[in-house]
Design a protein around this ligand. Structure first.
Ligand SMILES: [Mn+2]
Length: 457
């Protein structure tokens, strides 16, 4: 009996701490968008594990919660778990903090909880009735310049599955800020793809190396606006005193302390070019090359319809600053390993056509990847290649990740909104290029994609 009492009391304490953290410390936007509340905590008698039950307000009728919304909150809890456990350990003075499991509360109390959450929401929205819209407006470049000038330590965060734009724009800004005397690093936790390694310029640092350093004055999401796309770095990002996002994706929301989202820009690197000039930093050959790589990769070598006259004018200036287009193209596109071609061979063997040839789907399993000896990053570009087939409007390339999830990249040619299609699986992106990661198995994703394309294409 005594043991049960102990487990129950610890559970109450943990519930109180997490509820408090949700209100103040946990800045992950997934938490606030879902109005998450902890309904109970069951701690095991031996103190090794505690299960945290939560409810949230979903976007469905009457606050119904979709599987995707649950998954997002579980992801947010997973990212914040280290921080939550540290707080519990220090506040309760525990020698061994229980491991935490998070579970959506499906008990009968659920309805009541949702009602109380809706009540809170109604009060909140009437109190903020004068607000002009759902989200604050994007800041102007001058606001960013001002806050960056005031900061001492600045960390830049490229998105996971690093591409030329996210790395190019991060490196370019990092080099520029260092010229202004800032303590600055591009925080990563994965290997840089070989073909864009040449623009790194000593800017990147593994997150693990920075954990003991002084926290940043400002952390910047680059080419992304969702902390969940930072994989293991989201909690570290959110710990920073101020947060900022510089991005060009249509699905991005200005939810950080500072936001600059220009959906007209062909690449985030194009925005960085403007920002660096606004900071008053001279663009040298290294900065120019990083920006150029971002633009070249995000415009598909100036071939996608996001390429504007402005894009070319910026590119022209970059060439005058010393960029060699032949060298860049050689590094990025003409240094393929034979394993990449083996990989393309097996992926092409899975190619199938849907919607009378207007859509194509191809896939890759982990086994196929391992068998070819190719690297995960060498799947880059396959979705574009599939779209090059005559008559194809939408191409989808779906692959299994090492941890059993499924990633999809989609491209469209002239009218279909693949960002919306990616949204079905909890992803997003641009109208002509989008992607997602889901916990659904590969076969299920393929079937669902084929079904949706048959109906909508
Ligand atoms: Mn981009």
């Amino acid at each position: 009996m005594k043991k049960n009492y102990r487990g129950g009391r610890i559970g109450e304490e943990i519930k109180r701490i997490i509820s408090e953290l949700l209100l103040r410390e946990l800045k992950d936007p997934r938490f606030s968008s879902g109005m998450v509340s902890v309904t109970g905590v069951k701690a095991a008698d031996d103190g090794t594990i505690a299960t945290v039950y939560f409810t949230m307000l979903g976007s469905g009728v009457g606050g119904d919660v979709s599987a995707q919304e649950k998954e997002a909150i579980l992801g947010a809890f997973a990212s914040a778990k280290g921080l939550i456990r540290k707080e519990i350990g220090s506040r309760l003075g525990l020698r061994h903090t229980p491991d935490l499991r998070f579970q959506f509360d499906t008990s009968e109390d659920y309805g009541r909880h949702i009602e109380s959450i809706i009540g809170t929401l109604k009060r909140t929205s009437s109190a903020e009735a004068d607000a002009s819209g759902d989200f604050p407006e994007s800041d102007v470049l001058e606001d960013l310049v001002e806050v960056l000038r005031d900061a001492g330590i600045i960390y830049l965060f490229p998105h996971e599955n690093m591409d030329g734009d996210t790395l190019g724009s991060s490196v370019a800004l990092c080099l520029a800020l260092r010229k202004l005397g800032k303590d600055c690093a591009v925080v990563i936790d994965e290997k840089i793809p070989n073909n864009i390694m040449f623009i790194e310029n000593g800017c990147t640092a593994q997150m693990t190396e920075l954990l003991t350093e002084t926290p940043a004055d400002i952390s910047i999401l680059v080419d992304v606006a969702e902390p969940e796309r930072l994989s293991g770095r989201s909690a570290f990002f959110l710990q920073s005193a101020k947060t900022m996002c510089v991005d060009h994706h249509v699905s991005s929301k200005p939810i950080f302390d500072y936001n600059y989202i220009d959906t007209e820009a062909s690449a985030t690197s194009e925005i960085m070019y403007k920002l660096i000039l606004a900071l008053g930093v001279e663009i040298d050959a290294s900065i120019a090359e990083a920006v150029y790589v971002g633009i070249v990769t995000d415009t598909g070598r100036f071939q996608y319809d996001n390429t504007s006259g402005k894009t070319h004018r910026i590119a022209a200036d970059l060439l005058e600053k010393g960029v060699s287009p032949a060298r860049v193209s050689d590094e990025i596109y003409h240094s393929r390993r034979i394993e990449k071609l083996y990989l393309e061979k097996v992926v092409l063997s899975t190619l199938r056509s849907v919607s009378g040839g207007k859509g194509v789907i191809a896939f890759l399993t982990q086994k196929m990847l391992v068998d070819t000896g190719a690297l995960e990053e060498e799947t880059e570009g396959i979705a574009e290649k599939l779209r090059s087939i005559r008559g194809v409007e939408v191409s989808a390339f779906v692959r299994e990740t090492e941890d059993g999830r499924t990633k999809g990249s989609m491209r469209s040619r002239s009218f279909y909104d693949v960002a919306e299609l990616a949204g079905i699986f909890g992803g997003g992106g641009h109208i002509r290029a989008a992607g997602f990661t889901t916990s659904k198995p590969l076969s299920e994703v393929i079937a669902e994609l084929a079904d949706v394309l048959e109906k909508t294409l």
